[in-house]
Design a protein around this ligand. Structure first.
Ligand code: AMP
Length: 131
């Protein structure tokens, strides 16, 4: 059975898309810990990031870097924090989170509720900065 993220890539489930290439996809996290919280995934369904081949892993990280650079330009923040958790969705994903302080990356805090119009606006803004 496909993961929810494969369904997003296939267009079967809507998302706030930021960027894609032939092997990768980036979209806003639906329950962000900070505005602009983005997920970067390989289109290939692999549950655990360290099961990717060296080539797949490197390509994913380079795609994530491209998205992170755009995110930094689009969102007011000090840096883009990076983490991989993966306990909820069994499809490799890198969390990119605009931060100004360490606690901005606290996944234990209540998630933000961002209105759909604002999510669309944020995704479009980040997408504009993708090289
Ligand atoms: P984890 O697997 O622990 O890294 O958490 C999965 C992340 O995916 C969470 O931050 C969720 O908010 C996010 N998520 C789950 N479903 C969707 C979806 N349909 N669209 C965007 N983000 C999602």
């Amino acid at each position: 059975m496909s993961t929810i993220f494969s369904k997003i890539v296939a267009g079967e489930i809507p998302c706030y898309k930021i960027a894609e290439d032939d092997k990768h996809f980036a979209f806003l996290d639906i329950n962000p810990v900070a505005p602009g919280h983005t997920l970067v995934i390989p289109k290939k369904e692999v549950s655990y990031i360290f099961d990717l081949t060296d080539e797949e892993y490197t390509a994913l990280q380079l795609f994530a870097k491209k998205v992170a650079l755009a995110l930094k330009k689009a969102m007011p923040c000090e840096r883009i924090g990076v983490t991989v958790i993966g306990l909820e969705v069994p499809h490799t994903h890198i969390h990119l989170i605009p931060i100004t302080k360490e606690s901005d990356m606290n996944f234990s805090k209540p998630k933000l509720t961002v209105a759909p119009e604002e999510m669309t606006e944020i995704a479009n803004k980040i997408a504009k900065y993708i090289d």
